[in-house]
Structures are given as C-alpha cells and as structure tokens.
Design a protein around this ligand. Structure first.
Ligand SMILES: [Zn+2]
Length: 162
C-alpha cells in the first residue's frame, strides 16, 4: 500500500506533494501538472504522474483538504457557517480585509524566517483559504469566494480567541 499524498499550496499554481518521506514540487500552470519526481520525467508527454493527479484532485476540491486540517468543531463551523455567511452572493468586505491581513502576515513571516512553507498553523490555513478565495474570484465564482473568505475570517477569529 502506498503512503497517502499530502498536497500543500505554495504560491500561484505551485504545490508540494508529500508521499511518506519524499516531497515533490508540482507546477500546475500548464494543462498537465509538471512534477519533480523521476516517474514524471520519464513518462510519455502530457500524462500527469500520481502527484500531478493529487494536485488536480486538490484543485477540484480544496475545501476538503482545508477541512482535514481543522478540528472537528471548527470544521463544523465552516461546513455550517453562521446564517449571515451562509448564502452570501458576494464576499463580506470585513472578511476580505481580515483574510488579506492574514495572507500578508503569512508572507511577512515567511520573508523574515519566522516560518517555513511547512509551518502548518492557523495563519497558514487562513492564508490558504484566502488564496482559494482569490482564485474563486478570478474564476468569477463570488459565492464560492465568499465561503473561503468567511472561512479565513473564522480561522483568524478562533485563533484570536484562543
Ligand atoms: Zn510526480
């Protein structure tokens, strides 16, 4: 049985995929994700390796991966958000502002060496949700973006209350 694959977003369209003790970098800018593994290098052109497939699945269902990283109670809040967040057609400006601060903070801590790209904490999770929200907005999916922004907002609030 093979190890489960863990997908972690880096920046725009780049991901790391961890499989047991091995970590690969996947560049998903093109139609076929390009992977740093041996298997990808020697396969016929235009065929993703299993790490590329993991990234494609992740991009189709990012919320599932984010939910995996939350506690069960926190995940319930996101799946069943407060009524005011549930049916938003557009992102809540306050949530957008807070999400953007979290993403900026993540970049700042990365730049100053206070964290690495493998520091998986609340700020990382909020930054991931914010990046997903921005991707949803650029894909003209404001309703989906609203959920990701609400998620980033909820993560930051929970962290501040802890
Ligand atoms: Zn690969």
């Amino acid at each position: 049985m093979s190890a489960p694959l863990t997908v972690t977003p880096l920046e725009a369209d780049r991901y790391t995929v961890t499989s047991g003790a091995n970590t690969y970098t996947v560049d998903a800018r093109g139609p076929v994700p390009e992977c740093s593994c041996e298997s990808f290098r020697y396969r016929p052109a235009a065929r993703p390796c299993k790490h590329g497939h993991a990234v494609l699945r992740y991009r189709a269902e990012p919320l599932g991966v984010l939910l995996d990283a939350l506690t069960p109670e926190a995940a319930l809040d996101v799946v069943d958000p407060p009524a005011r967040d549930r049916d938003r057609a557009e992102p809540d400006p306050e949530a957008v502002a807070i999400a953007n601060v979290a993403l900026a903070e993540w970049h700042r801590e990365l730049a100053t060496g206070q964290r690495t790209k493998e520091t998986f904490d609340a700020i990382w999770l909020a930054a991931c949700a914010t990046m997903q929200a921005r991707e949803a907005m650029s894909a003209r999916l404001p309703h989906q973006a609203a959920r990701f922004y609400a998620m980033a907002h909820a993560i930051v609030q929970r962290e501040a209350a802890a």
